[in-house]
Design a protein around this ligand. Structure first.
Ligand SMILES: [Cu+2]
Length: 342
């Protein structure tokens, strides 16, 4: 048997055995405000048998100005390469979520996003226009599994946990939205579409640590988005990988604060949409959609005692970004959410 097969068998056995045994998280305090990760992190926690959670998140991302590599580009520099230059873009996402735990080791989740992308442009004749791509995004369904847990004790006792998650993204969002530019009813470029048009796999792994009698907790997560096949427009979006790590401190029984560092990288689009003109504007050019970024964010988790309600907010800014440009640079990301467990 090949080493690869042996490894996957071992992994399957490990997952099955951890699913069959009920892990009692004797020392994990799920009621602490910092028992949930900062609100910008997904698939960070599981629930107890029979528990439901409903959530609403709003994510706002602001992109202002262009960049090539790590350097800023002026609008006129962009216009020396293209007929049209994007000036800024706002991405607003509303996300409804539901989680349900059939047992202590597995929590199922579904996420339903609604997205509004708006972009301001200027052309070489100084004519300005705005386009909007808006609608239901790609719904995802999946599960979060408790892989293992262990306790360590030196000066303070620490509860550690390891979770794995896997979600399937469904092509429910539109990938052929049109809007008026300076011409009527034009197909909008790749970043303005709200859906990928393909089935997407999102695997991830999360480590969590919690001081049992202390005020600190921390975590780290690796998550990938893998797009499969091609959509009806003739392309698939670039894959994405994201690594994040955070430190949280309990401030009172119901409030915790967090600091988080995130690194993400996104690959190029495969194939292309024939109805887009790559010479006209950078956002229609498949060579100019890859990049890497590091973000630093501060967050607050608040729980309303005895009700199952939690509120959280997190604001982050890029500390570094390297883009295959011209490409709009990210300036700020704010995520706020409400979670209700019952
Ligand atoms: Cu939950």
């Amino acid at each position: 048997m090949s080493l690869r097969k042996t490894n996957s068998l071992l992994l399957a056995t490990a997952i099955t055995s951890s699913l069959n045994s009920t892990i009692a998280f004797a020392h994990w305090d799920g009621a602490r405000p910092d028992a949930h990760a900062p609100i910008g992190v997904m698939a960070d926690h599981t629930h107890k048998t029979g528990e439901w959670m409903f959530s609403y998140r709003v994510m706002y991302m602001e992109m202002d100005g262009n960049r090539d590599g790590t350097d800023r580009l002026s609008t006129s520099e962009v216009l020396s390469q293209f007929m049209v230059a994007p000036k800024n873009m706002d991405m607003e996402m509303h996300m409804l979520g539901a989680m349900y735990a059939p047992n202590d080791d597995l929590t199922l989740n579904i996420m339903v996003p609604y997205i509004k992308n708006s972009m301001d442009h200027i052309n070489r004749m100084s004519a300005e226009f705005e386009t909007v791509g808006e609608g239901l995004g790609d719904i995802s369904v999946g599960g979060i599994f408790n892989l293992t847990q262990w306790k360590s004790s030196r000066d303070t006792q620490i509860q550690h946990r390891l979770l794995a998650n896997l979600s399937l993204g469904l092509p429910t969002g539109e990938d052929d939205i049109r809007d008026d530019t300076l011409m009527p009813n034009v197909k909008l470029p790749y970043p303005m579409q709200v859906g990928s048009g393909t089935y997407n796999l999102m695997p991830g792994i999360t480590y969590l640590g919690q001081q049992i009698n202390g005020n600190y907790s921390w975590g780290a997560q690796a998550m990938a988005t893998i797009h499969t096949g091609h959509n009806d427009e003739g392309y698939r979006r670039g894959n994405r990988i994201q690594l994040t790590g955070w430190l949280a401190r309990v401030l009172s029984d119901n409030v915790s604060a967090s600091a988080r560092l995130t690194a993400s990288a996104w690959d190029e689009i495969h194939g292309e949409d024939d109805q887009l003109s790559p010479m006209l504007v950078q956002t229609a050019n498949t060579d100019l959609l890859t990049g890497q970024r590091a973000d630093f964010g501060l967050g607050l988790n608040v729980k309303v005692p005895g009700t199952g309600h939690r509120f959280a907010i997190e604001a982050s800014r890029p500390v570094w970004q390297d883009l295959d440009g011209p490409q709009l640079e990210t300036d700020m990301i704010i995520t706020a959410g409400w979670q209700w467990a019952l």
